[in-house]
Design a protein around this ligand. Structure first.
Ligand SMILES: C[C@](O)(CO)[C@H](O)COP(=O)(O)O
Length: 238
């Protein structure tokens, strides 16, 4: 049974307002996606890596993999028109190239470059135990409900809420089957694998994430990423 990392890099990163896709932005002399690839390359339990890549960037990705010695990268699949499409392309692609239904696939946002070895390990352990693992962190802020973004008359109890991250892991056969059934049920634009599973009426199990497992969505996040890189480097020097 293999553990495969499937990085989702199919989006254009419109909220970052840059002229290249955010997964390919260079931060401290390394493209964002290379940090993410290296995290999985260096994890002893990850056997192989695949990427769902935005159109026209595939050759750049292979060139970076070569330059930064990402030897576990074996397959690159095409992105889709939204996240659900891209993930489906990736998991169907893995099945088509011959991975086994019992292999574990860890679906991860390419723009979460601070993913740690502990998060990857816990995700694998939880998937073996429960059949899926959604990386989450507790909700530290008070949560308000709103219809118009201006005013609220309701709040959610934060202790009953989790903030989802990636990786989100499944057995390959199960996640392929989920995507097939979702399409048959008319679901075409679910935000993430965990929401797709919930929309199909199935439970999800949690594994441990971290506030440091940041998603680079806006330019502000790049500053936080740079600060986290400095903190990580000073940890190594201790
Ligand atoms: C999958 C995810 O990272 C979970 O928090 C998130 O849903 C991705 O959202 P995006 O719209 O692809 O940025």
């Amino acid at each position: 049974m293999a553990n495969i990392a499937l990085l989702i890099a199919g989006g254009s990163g419109a909220r970052m307002h840059q002229n290249i896709p955010k997964q390919f932005l260079t931060v401290n002399e390394r493209p964002v996606i290379v940090y993410t690839l290296e995290a999985f390359q260096n994890h002893p339990e990850i056997d192989e890596i695949a990427v769902v890549c935005i159109e026209d960037w595939e050759s750049v990705l292979w060139a970076y993999a070569n330059q930064f010695n990402i030897t576990k990268l074996k397959n690159v699949f095409s992105g889709g028109k939204n996240g659900q499409d891209s993930i489906r392309n990736g998991v169907y692609g893995l099945r088509d190239v011959g991975y086994d239904d019992k292999d574990i696939v860890l679906i991860h946002d390419a723009i979460r470059p601070m993913i740690s070895a502990d998060i990857i390990s816990d995700c694998i352990v939880t998937t073996k135990k429960h059949g899926c693992a959604i990386t989450v962190i507790p909700c530290a802020e008070a949560m308000m409900q709103t219809e118009d973004g201006e005013v609220s008359i309701g709040s959610y109890p934060r202790d009953n809420l989790k903030r989802t991250q990636t990786p989100q892991a499944f057995f390959l056969g199960d996640i392929c089957d989920l995507h097939k059934r979702a399409l048959e049920a008319g679901i075409t634009n679910s935000v993430a694998s965990c929401t797709l599973k919930i929309e199909m009426g199935e439970p999800v199990y949690f594994s441990a994430g971290s506030e440091k497992n940041i998603k680079l969505t806006t330019v502000e996040d790049i500053d936080i990423f740079k600060a986290l890189l400095v903190a990580k480097r000073s940890d190594w020097l201790k």
